[in-house]
Design a protein around this ligand. Structure first.
Ligand SMILES: Cc1ncc(COP(=O)(O)O)c(C=O)c1O
Length: 391
């Protein structure tokens, strides 16, 4: 066979394949499985956003090809959001681009900025798309380990000089998936200083920017003076407003990078459906009490799950953002062994940490995006049924 391409052939097999096989067997055997593996919010999209979508879909001119450069109302709404939340001024025409979900832009930014053989600096563990997009662009991944010791932020000084010289892009992501780590502005200042010194553009993925708890507010990297010279920030409506299926996100910041990305995009896609962009603009411009309400639900679930884990001897610092818990496995287990034990003994699926990169080994991730009654049922099963043997 002379297909597929080497590019596709090098993509590693799906890491959840083993777990999915076991899940299918257990469902067949009648086990009631609770899946805390996926990061797709169960909470409904707020009604006012759906109403706006259906209203916009009635207008025939909204059903044509959308504009290549994105719908002006959406780009203005993103610019207004940045000013309101962060005091950052953006030109909606040149410094904001609409995306078909942030994943689309995150994967397309890689071939926009790198040539074959160039390095991309990637947090490890992290959202797998950074790695896969790099492989698909024939680039090379350099992992920046995120460990508990370094508070789950990269040590820029530890990156070998020879790699720094060949790097054309660095990804960052806070609040982080899977680590749920959060940062304050001084970290972004250090990141921008490093990027400026070595002329390496930063793509900050802020998909969970508004999923935060109590008084914590996640900063934007664009709040750092001069950040727009070297950085872009990806954002998404998926998690904030439970709009994952809408496929709407944005990238903001450096205008040359955004222009280059729009060249690639205008030759691959034709933009998101206009009613979706308009409904997204409406979501950003409307009353934000749904966001506060949803964050409280995630916070309560988090407290319940942390309590469940504590009862089996696993203690984790309560995260300030995201809807994930990132925890070390009990001693004596690998990530895969622990996750398999949890599944076999409780019917609860959690994700092995190494699915997010080699430094994730020894950890597991719990996603809190299932309805309350299922989440609390999972907590009870863990408390009552899980027997762990400390090695
Ligand atoms: C860290 C991170 N970035 C980006 C995305 C993509 O989000 P979307 O494409 O729905 O905007 C996800 C989705 O799970 C994510 O976890």
């Amino acid at each position: 066979m002379n297909f597929p391409s080497n590019r596709i052939g090098q993509i590693p097999p799906y890491l959840f394949a083993e777990i999915n096989k076991k899940k299918a067997e257990m469902i067949k055997a009648g086990v009631d499985i609770i899946d805390l593996g996926i990061g797709d919010p169960d909470l409904p999209t707020p009604k006012h956003i759906i109403d706006k979508l259906t209203e916009e879909a009635q207008d025939p001119k909204n059903l044509k090809y959308p504009s290549f450069v994105g719908c002006p109302e959406f780009k203005q709404a993103v610019a207004d959001f940045y000013f309101r939340e962060y005091g950052v001024i953006l030109d909606p025409e040149t410094e904001v681009l609409a995306l078909i979900g942030s994943k689309e832009g995150i994967s397309h930014i890689v071939p926009t900025l790198i040539d074959p053989g160039d390095y991309v600096l990637i947090p490890d563990p992290s959202y797998p798309v950074y790695r896969m997009a790099t492989l698909l662009a024939n680039g090379q991944c350099h992992h920046m380990p995120l460990t508990k010791e370094n508070n789950f932020v990269p040590d820029f000084e530890a990156i070998p000089k020879a790699i720094v010289e060949r790097s054309k892009l660095m990804f960052l992501n806070y609040p982080g998936n899977p680590t749920s780590a959060t940062v304050e502005l001084p970290f972004f200042k250090r990141a921008i200083a490093f990027a400026e010194k070595h002329k390496i553009p930063i793509a900050h993925d802020s998909a969970y920017n508004m999923v935060t708890f109590d008084s914590y507010k996640a900063p934007s990297i664009l709040q750092v003076e001069g950040a727009k010279e070297i950085a872009v920030e990806f954002g998404s409506l998926s998690k904030t407003y439970s709009m994952t299926g809408f496929r709407i996100g944005y990238v903001v910041g450096n205008r040359e990078i955004i222009k280059a990305l729009s060249v690639l995009k205008s030759n691959t896609d034709t933009g998101q459906f206009t009613p979706i962009q308009r409904a997204a603009a409406y979501a950003l411009n409307s009353d934000q009490s749904c966001v506060t309400q949803y964050n409280q639900i995630y916070k309560d679930r988090m407290t319940a799950m942390l309590d469940g884990l504590k009862s089996i001897g696993v203690e984790v610092e309560p995260p300030k953002g995201s809807f994930f818990i990132w925890s070390p496995v009990p001693s004596g287990y690998t990530s895969a062994e622990f996750v398999t034990n949890v599944l076999e003994q409780t019917g609860v699926i959690i994700t092995p940490g190494n699915a997010f990169g080699p430094s994730g080994e020894g950890y597991f991730r719990v996603s809190l995006s299932v309805p309350n009654e299922r989440l609390y049922e999972a907590v009870n099963r863990i408390k009552q049924n899980l027997k762990i043997v400390i090695g």
